[in-house]
Design a protein around this ligand. Structure first.
Ligand SMILES: Nc1nc2c(c(=O)[nH]1)N[C@H]1C(S)=C(S)[C@@H](COP(=O)(O)O)O[C@H]1N2
Ligand SMILES: [Mo]
Length: 547
């Protein structure tokens, strides 16, 4: 590479970094201000441009993309979204920075246009006001000004003195440039110093901007008027408790625990920031087709007669063999009792539940009024709901996928009709009704595992909420189906752990398959279906190497 190529590359790098620095400073400024907005200024909207753009994107995610994102990234889909946004923004800003070396004003207009998208996203969020745009507008103004300054500086560096010794060819190309005539020769300057200066300034500003983003997006929790960290109100003692089975059989290493610990429970929701709900001000309203509307506080809810239930929650996006499923002991007040108090009109057939952040689920009225344990849950495995799982109150409805029933941070139950309302995911390509399909999973051995020939323990879980699992069968290669041992069944709404001992595993590759039969005698279908639109189906299989 000749010197000119090196210089050109470093100029380009400088120009690109200039754009990125302007972008980072814009976001840093905007996110810091946004933290103040949603904290002390208590805006109900989403003043953070990053959160607003992310949320607007999530809301426009079609079923296939959500399905794909969850299949690839699982519960890290939000991290993937963040990384994706960072990559796109970096590329756009770098391009704007490059453009600024030739057309500064055009680059600044483009930069403002990108910022305008952020403003539009902020203004389109639920409960936002014009003032919510201020952080993004101020950030964009600072960033645009900076873009101009930095690109001026970059151009000055490019046009700057060329030390003749370091750049002999360039010096030779300029007949007038000879030692002594050139200022650089009088006052020797380190090679590429102005360029390095530009890179250093832009790099420093980028880092500063990113620190602002980090503090702004996480620190808003610090600035926010703090709700009580732990509920001041003690949970009532349930009038009906459930015994958790002593599933001694799960001593099989690697076997899923019967109760999923709260901090290991899968999390799926559209919230880019976990809503922090103050239980002192939280209310639940029952509206719509009812004889009398009801509004209750958290204290009111805790004063009702609570029950406990073992319910396995399942996500419609769970793939065959996937882990978007968990089992917990929930405590709450039966939804049926609340709806009875409100008096449901005969024409109603659906309840649209809404969370504090505007997400909705459409649940068949029947599922909330029949004798299953549909709960306004306040506790999970004996503890108040963790924030990620819906504190202070969420819905838990046995037998239905989460997207049509399990509203976290629930704040309203609107009694309505399927032909008048629809839940969040329905217009996005998912079925309006979401009964959970019978499923079974092999947890031990894992696919690809090496096991020693002879006796091999095969173990897993199976679920058929509402009906219960009656039998689990395992098949080795194309052999006969073998009946597995089922561990205690304390609830038809919860999964069952199962175990089968493979008596004579022979060396080589083998395929293990599992299928469950529910208590109505129906065998789990082998029909392979993708999660969209109403849940995956098919038999789970693992392939193992016996040595
Ligand atoms: N407020 C709110 N509640 C929600 C969702 C959501 O996006 N927002 N997602 C639902 C979906 S799709 C599932 S599978 C369950 C998951 O509950 P968990 O995160 O406690 O496991 O929550 C449901 N409740
Ligand atoms: Mo879900």
């Amino acid at each position: 590479m000749d010197t000119r190529t090196v210089r050109r590359a470093s100029d380009l790098r400088g120009a690109g970094l200039t754009g990125i620095a302007a972008g980072a400073v814009t976001l840093g400024t905007a996110e810091l201000l946004a933290a103040a907005w949603s904290g002390p200024l208590a805006s109900a909207g989403t003043p953070s441009p990053l959160l607003a753009v992310g949320a607007a994107f999530v809301d426009r995610t079609p079923a296939w993309l959500k399905d794909w994102a969850i299949a690839i990234f699982g519960t890290a889909d939000k991290i993937a979204l963040g990384v994706g946004m960072a990559l796109v923004l970096s590329v756009v800003c770098a391009a704007v920075g490059l453009l600024a070396t030739r057309r500064k004003d055009l680059a600044q207009v483009l930069f403002l246009a990108v910022a305008a998208l952020g403003v539009a996203a902020v203004l389109s969020r639920p409960d936002s006001g014009l003032l919510d745009a201020v952080p993004t507008v101020v950030g964009a103004a600072v960033g645009t000004w900076l873009l101009g300054r930095l690109s001026d500086q970059g151009r000055a560096a490019q046009a700057g003195p060329v030390p003749p010794l370091a750049h002999p060819r360039r010096a030779a190309a300029h007949p007038g440039a000879h030692p002594g005539a050139h200022p650089a020769a009088v006052e020797p300057m380190p090679v590429g110093a102005p360029r390095r200066e530009v890179l250093r300034t832009a790099g420093g500003l980028t880092a500063l901007g990113l620190v602002g983003v980090a503090i702004g997006t996480s620190g808003s929790g610090l600035l926010r008027t703090a709700g009580p960290a732990t509920p001041a109100m003690p949970l009532p003692r349930p009038i009906r408790t459930v015994g958790v089975p002593d599933v001694a059989g799960s001593s099989t290493p690697g076997h899923t625990a019967y109760l999923t610990p709260n901090d290991a429970f899968y999390r799926i929701d559209t919230a880019l920031r976990v809503p922090r709900v103050n239980p002192e001000t939280w209310t639940l309203r029952v509206t719509g087709l009812v004889e009398r509307e009801i509004e209750m506080s958290y204290a009111d809810l805790l004063a009702e007669q609570h029950v406990e239930a073992l319910v396995t929650l399942t996500c419609v996006s769970n793939e065959v063999g996937g882990d978007l499923v968990g089992n917990a002991r929930w405590q709450g007040w039966p939804v049926r009792d609340l709806l009875a108090r409100a008096g449901v009109a005969p024409e109603a057939d659906m309840v649209l539940s809404r969370s504090v952040d505007g997400w909705t689920a459409g649940t068949p009225l029947e599922a909330l009024t029949d004798d299953r344990d549909a709960l306004l849950a306040v506790a999970m495995n004996g503890e108040p709901l963790p924030a990620r799982h819906g504190y202070p109150v969420r819905l838990v409805v046995p037998g239905l996928y989460g997207y049509v029933s399990a509203t976290k941070w629930v704040t309203e139950l609107k009694v309505t009709r399927f032909d008048a309302d629809e839940g969040y995911w329905t217009p996005r390509g998912w079925s309006a009704l979401g009964p959970i399909k019978t499923a079974s999973r092999i947890d031990v051995p894992r696919t690809g595992a090496r096991v020693v020939a002879g006796e091999v323990v095969v173990a897993g879980v199976a679920w058929a909420q509402l009906r219960g699992v009656d039998q689990v069968q395992v098949q080795v290669d194309d052999g006969p189906w073998q009946v597995a041992e089922l561990l205690a069944e304390p609830s038809v709404d919860a999964w069952r752990l199962w175990r089968w001992t493979w008596p004579d595993a022979t060396p080589g590759r083998h395929r293990l398959r599992v299928r469950a039969t529910d208590a109505t005698g129906e065998v789990q279908t082998d029909l392979v279906a993708r999660p969209a639109p109403d849940g995956a189906s098919g038999w789970h299989e693992v392939s193992v190497r016996v040595t």
